[in-house]
Design a protein around this ligand. Structure first.
Ligand code: ATP
Length: 294
């Protein structure tokens, strides 16, 4: 089983010709709500990629919370550990203008209320072979979850986003760090992915730096290095490509496939997701990933 201890957000996306200035009202031409949050995205990606997945987190007692729960459940994610707390669910309020530029307000809502794993959460984590973490919950909660994973001998994957300083006690508990290029540079201060990978391996046992359409770079302290090219596709929407990659990677890893195989599986899952608009709705099923690999 894979457990995901993370955020669930509703993205509220308004499309306008030109974003309003302070005090101004403009009429938009399109609106959509998109279930997201890096935690929920990774859970859905892993479930669609064939994993047995349990989600641990919180939503508010509003309609968005109910919709997030339904979306996760529909993808096959076990939502018994998704708590409902009083107040609003986490939201991202996004304004996209005709040039494609956006401005975003994130209100953590229920995500901001999450503390370290409860007794029930700890049992779920201990029964897992992998635990997926990101940084959209309070840092203390993430650190506690990572430590619980380490104590239980679970492979702990961390997506260090949004980028912020990483406490040593968090890094000590992480097995596989999966930053994108910008996060890797921010964490290490190193220039270029190869130098960043060397620096990351001073901090953790294994790291994968995702490089967008340039693929990914993997390294382990054991000395193994792999460069994974991306699959050449026409990208329509790269939202949640990184989350799709991590979800699929964790599934393949927990099936004890070799790292090269696991990376190819993750890279194909991400490539399939960028060809469709949307976050969770664009994530491929196991069947689609395997057919594309074959
Ligand atoms: P996001 O924040 O949008 O979730 P990210 O910045 O975390 O993404 P990226 O490094 O952009 O992550 O992409 C993750 C993986 O997705 C890449 O390693 C690659 O395998 C795949 N990918 C991303 N963009 C493309 C693309 N244009 N074509 C093919 N594969 C892609």
């Amino acid at each position: 089983m894979i457990s995901v201890f993370g955020s669930a957000n509703m993205d509220l996306v308004a499309y306008v010709a030109k974003a309003p200035k302070l005090g101004e009202t403009v009429t938009g031409h399109r609106f959509r709500t998109v279930p997201g949050g890096k935690g929920a995205n990774q859970a859905i990606a892993a479930a669609r990629a064939g994993g047995e997945v349990a989600f641990l987190g919180a939503v508010g007692d509003d309609g968005f919370g109910a919709e997030m729960r339904a979306t996760l459940a529909e993808a096959g994610v076990d939502v018994r550990g998704l708590r409902q707390v009083p107040g609003s669910s986490g939201i991202a309020h996004i304004v996209v203008d005709d040039d494609g530029s956006n401005s975003i307000i994130v209100v953590p809502g229920a995500n901001g209320t999450v503390t370290g794993p409860s007794g029930e959460d700890l049992a779920v984590i201990a029964a897992s072979s992998a635990l997926l973490l990101q940084l959209e919950l309070p840092m203390e909660a993430v650190v506690e979850a990572a430590q619980a994973g380490k104590v239980a001998g679970v492979q702990v994957f961390l997506t260090p986003a949004p980028a912020q300083p990483l406490p040593a006690e968090l890094l000590d508990a992480v097995s596989v760090l999966v930053p994108n290029e910008h996060e890797a540079a921010a964490i290490t201060g190193a220039e270029g992915p190869d130098a960043a990978l060397d620096a990351l391996l001073e901090l953790v046992e294994e790291a994968v730096i995702t490089l967008g359409s340039d693929g990914a770079l993997y390294g382990a302290r054991s000395g193994e290095r792999l460069r994974v090219p991306s699959v050449k596709v026409d990208a329509v929407d790269t939202t949640a490509a990184g989350d799709t990659f991590v979800g699929a990677l964790a599934v393949a890893r927990t099936e004890r496939r070799g790292m090269a195989d696991a990376l190819a599986f993750a890279s194909m899952a991400a490539a399939l997701s960028v060809q469709r608009e949307g976050a969770s709705t664009s994530m491929p099923t196991r069947r689609q990933i395997e057919d594309a690999l074959a």
